[in-house]
Design a protein around this ligand. Structure first.
Ligand code: EPU
Length: 337
């Protein structure tokens, strides 16, 4: 195990922010993880997964432990489904592609989401009508303080919209080391109801899509709207889509009859934050190297040398302007560090 000092994290966060870690180590297996946890105080640790859901606003004066544990395996099979385990350090999209190569269904709508397997449950990643929790069985974890290993089942993870127990009561206490998924071998349950998937499949003249067709459609939609972090630093959706009251929604609708929305309950409506930002006039807005993406206003981008603080200043401006115009407070979806 090699510990590097004053290590630049530029290649380890999808925003491409150039901050330094006092110490950096990438662990490849559970044994190395145990060794480093044993010799470092919990308060001195910073656990890093795929780095795709964070905004680094300054140097990290801690030991950054990058979870690079790899591996995927089939645990058991029935006629209908399969239990698959992926280690935390597997790249999420590569894992999804692997499941599709075996014709295992369940993760196709989650194609091309940046990040690693181990961090996917923390915010219950979701896209196009499907969330990680829909195929999730359990995750293996290690307690940062006691080094005790514990498996969390679906109920124990308390998944919600971009949320889980690992973002709340247990924040910073456990490291996810592997995730188990139940995937279908036949009679896949397809989720094509999300508007843009249907349109994409229609334009491809596909009437009875396979899981691979759905994945291809999702990839095409994402590529058309969302910037690739390899070329333009970003962290996907920067804000959560806010929930507002039916009453407040009616007010917005009077001025904008076409406002998009998702019905959550009779009292609560979810409105796309990207739409609110666009209507506040900020789509494509840029301040230095920090910008609002021109195809999807919910995504903030780093055009090159932006600092985390500059991106955060832009986020604050967006929050203020959306609040002023719609009386809605946007909450970040990414972790601000
Ligand atoms: N819209 C605009 N202007 C914009 C962006 C969006 O008017 O600049 C409108 C769209 O026209 C559409 C609606 O807002 O009517 C929804 O847009 P979209 O389908 O792009 O989805 P979203 O609600 O903005 C969410 C997730 C994405 C996920 C997509 C698809 C959140 C915070 N974001 O975005 O997740 O890919 O749905 O399911 O829930 C991520 O978490 O990083 C992420 C990309």
């Amino acid at each position: 195990m090699q510990i590097s000092q004053d290590f630049s994290l530029k290649n380890y966060n999808s925003f491409g922010i150039d901050v330094k870690a006092d110490r950096f180590i990438s662990v490849r297996n559970l044994e190395d993880l145990r060794v480093i946890l044993r010799k470092t105080y919990a308060s001195e640790l910073f656990i890093l997964g795929g780095g795709s859901n964070m905004l680094l606003t300054g140097d990290i004066h801690k030991t950054v432990v990058h979870i690079g544990i790899k591996g995927k395996e089939i645990i058991s099979k029935t006629e209908d489904d399969v239990l698959v385990r992926a280690a935390a350090g597997e790249n999420w999209h590569n894992f999804v592609m692997w499941t599709l190569e075996q014709d295992y269904g369940g993760l196709e709508n989650l194609s091309l989401i940046p990040g690693n397997v181990g961090t996917a449950p923390i915010q219950n990643i979701g896209a196009y009508g499907v969330e990680l929790k829909d195929s999730f069985v359990s995750c293996h974890t290690m307690n940062i303080q006691t080094l005790e290993e514990r498996e969390f089942n679906l109920a124990e993870c308390e998944f919600g919209y971009r949320n889980s127990i690992f973002k709340n009561q247990l924040k910073g206490q456990y490291i996810i080391t592997a995730v188990n998924f139940r995937l279908t071998k036949r009679d896949h349950s397809l989720h094509t109801e999300y508007g843009s998937i249907r349109t994409e499949l229609e334009s491809r003249k596909i009437q009875s899509p396979t899981i691979k067709d759905i994945s291809d459609a999702v990839i095409a939609i994402r590529q058309s709207k969302l910037p690739d972090p390899k070329h333009l630093g970003n962290s996907g959706s920067f804000f959560k889509n806010p929930l507002i009251s039916a009453e407040q929604f009616e007010k917005i609708k009077q001025e904008y009859p076409g406002v998009p929305s998702y019905h959550v309950s009779d009292e609560l409506i979810k409105v796309p934050a990207g739409w609110l930002i666009e209507k506040a006039g900020l789509k494509g807005y840029r301040e230095g190297d920090a910008g609002v993406h021109r195809n999807q206003a919910l995504v903030l981008v780093n055009y090159g040398e932006a600092t985390g603080q500059e991106i955060w200043a832009l986020a604050e401006k967006i929050r203020e302007e959306v609040h002023e115009k719609f009386d809605i407070r946007l909450e970040p979806e990414v972790n601000i560090i």
